[in-house]
Design a binder for this molecule. Structure first.
Ligand SMILES: *Cc1c(COP(=O)(O)O)cnc(C)c1O
Length: 463
């Protein structure tokens, strides 16, 4: 099993290298050279078994099957529901797939827990150590902290904008108590945090000195891990039942994972994904008009989806263009130059026939949907999930079963839920005492030097 870059100018690598690299050296995203064919999940097959089969097929010879199983077992032991991604029925032929049973109550845990295990496995085998850096404005930081806490092969530094993230989100990052995780609260905004990280990665000397690595939305492991729950949903609803998956989308990693599941033979009912986006609707415009446009992000009640250009669209484009990497290079070069480009007809035609569609939901509709969904079903959903359930409600009628991915727990967004239904939900019992835990974070200026010093100090302490 080799992984190639969507831009075609990087050497093919094995699974472990693709995951440790994140981005390919030519700026492209890794995809498998060929789609492995994997037997569909069977009803009641344990989640860890399905995950082991899927990740083993993706990993090929780069990790032994026993090691993959051990990683999956450890990763999903931290989930509070034995099914990991259970379906709950919310209508006659409608379900929510709950992806928020992980340690930080968001679907990012599903992939991040496995990434932590993979890094630890690969680095321990080589007796190596890395400094993983992550800038966050919300869910990713908490999921990364939970996944890497206590792993001796990794020093983790998380940057967040001081006093600009929700208190619940901050608590998940700052209360791990782990000596290998440090949190830096920068006097600046999220863009400052991201700019500092980007600048650090551009400095090859520093990158080598501390063994710098990143975990972000384009890591192949994220896509691989997320394809597993599409397979278990198909098994639960019947091996050939047509399903319309409705996926609250930002960078489109989750939606693309559905496509991967289908290509690997895991979806016997065919493939249909409706990408539900908020008022940041670049993805909807891309799919409908074939136009990629850089527009400023607007703040919505679903912040994890306030994304302008969905990074995983590059993988979709590569597929639509018949895996012609020069089409991908041209599109992204034109976009980098002009901030806007129209996809060539050779890609647009196929793109329309791949099973993807998109719908955009306004902020007012998100709040109204949270209240309406609770009235109708008794379930309290998070503002990201509400984008999905609203889009599902408005979509053309279908005979397919509708499965909306519930991407976070409502209790992570108490202010918005209170606005919608008049009260703030309690955190689940297993994390309810989080606000009693000691928080550790360092407030520093938004200056590259201060951040580098903190990272170098932590890396030195691990040696
Ligand atoms: C990250 C995130 C999303 C968007 O997922 P993508 O893979 O970026 O499309 C949706 N909902 C929540 C709660 C998230 O954290």
């Amino acid at each position: 099993m080799k992984y190639v870059s969507t831009r075609g100018q990087a050497d093919p690598v094995d699974f472990v290298t693709a995951c440790l690299n994140g981005l390919a050296p030519d700026g492209g995203l890794y995809v498998p050279e060929e789609w492995p064919q994997i037997a569909p999940a069977v009803p009641n097959e344990p989640y860890v078994d399905v995950a082991t089969r899927v990740i083993s097929a993706m990993a090929g010879a780069s990790i032994g099957a026993d090691d993959v199983r051990a990683m999956c077992e450890r990763a999903y032991a931290s989930f509070s529901h034995p099914a990991v991604a259970p379906l709950v029925q919310t209508g006659t032929n409608a379900w929510l797939m709950e992806l928020h049973h992980g340690p930080t109550l968001a679907f990012k845990d599903v992939a991040m827990q496995l990434i932590g295990q993979l890094y630890d496995h690969a680095l321990t085998a080589k007796n190596a150590h890395l400094s993983v850096v992550c800038a966050t404005s919300g869910d990713t930081g908490g999921a990364a902290a939970a996944a890497f806490a206590g792993l001796s092969s990794v020093s983790m530094t998380i940057l967040h904008p001081h006093e600009r993230i929700a208190p619940v989100q901050r608590l998940f990052m700052t209360t791990t108590g782990a000596s290998n995780v440090q949190n830096l609260a920068l006097h600046g905004d999220f863009d400052d945090c991201q700019a500092i990280v980007k600048d650090m990665f551009a400095d090859k000397g520093f990158t080598a000195e501390v063994g710098l690595s990143g975990v972000n939305s384009i890591n192949w492991m994220r896509i691989a891990a997320q394809s597993v729950y599409y397979a278990t949903a198909q098994a639960a609803l019947g091996p050939s039942t047509p399903i319309r998956f409705v996926v609250p989308s930002g960078n489109m990693g989750d939606a693309f994972a559905g496509y991967v599941a289908a290509r690997c033979g895991l979806l016997g009912g065919g493939f249909e994904v409706l990408c539900a986006v908020n008022q940041n609707k670049a993805l909807a415009e891309l799919l409908a008009d074939g136009v990629m446009r850089r527009t400023p992000a607007v703040a919505t009640p679903s912040p994890a989806m306030d994304i302008t250009v969905p990074s995983n669209f590059e993988r979709l484009l590569f597929e639509a263009a018949g895996r012609n990497d020069s089409v991908v290079r041209d599109v992204y070069a034109a976009f980098a130059q002009a901030g806007e480009t129209t996809l060539p007809e050779t890609a647009r035609g196929p793109l329309g026939c791949m099973g993807f569609s998109a719908a955009s939901v306004t902020s007012d509709d998100i709040l109204a949907e949270i209240a309406r969904f609770q009235d109708e079903t008794g379930w309290l959903i998070c503002p990201h999930t509400a984008v999905g359930t609203f889009a599902a409600r408005e979509a053309p009628e279908t005979d397919a079963a509708t499965v909306v991915l519930a991407t976070a727990h409502a209790a992570k967004f108490p202010e918005i839920i209170e606005q919608a239904v008049g009260f703030a939900p309690d955190l689940p019992r297993r994390v309810a005492d989080i606000d009693g835990n000691a928080e550790v974070f360092h407030t520093i200026p938004a200056e590259p030097l201060a951040v580098r010093e903190a990272i170098a100090t932590l890396a030195a302490s691990a040696r």
